[in-house]
Ligand binder design. Sequence first.
Ligand code: SF4
Ligand code: SF4
Length: 100
Amino acid sequence: MSLKAKDINDQTKWQDLAEVLKIFDPTTSKQFETGEWRTQTPEFNESKCKQCLLCVPYCPDSCIPVVEGQRRNFDLMHCKGCGICEKACPFGAITMRPGK
Ligand code: SF4
Ligand code: SF4
């Protein structure tokens, strides 16, 4: 038997879970392209960016890479499109657009 998330209750055994709900190894999230179900996409306007790095810790999915102290473009393979980074940026350097 393979349950969906909506069918899970306090009687559920882990063996009943669907494969997609099981975590077999820790720290594997980089192997999964979890950005595929995004419905909005952040757009980075580099010319407006002041490199304050404020957006970086706000991203719940660590999708804003920093290389040598500089913020780089989004990791869209893992970005969920939540829009938090757009709200966090004080300089209007991030704009959410509909679609992937
Ligand atoms: S939209 Fe959300 S998940 Fe994507 S980069 Fe911004 S804060 Fe991170
Ligand atoms: S918060 Fe805005 S200005 Fe600051 S690093 Fe991020 S995108 Fe650039």
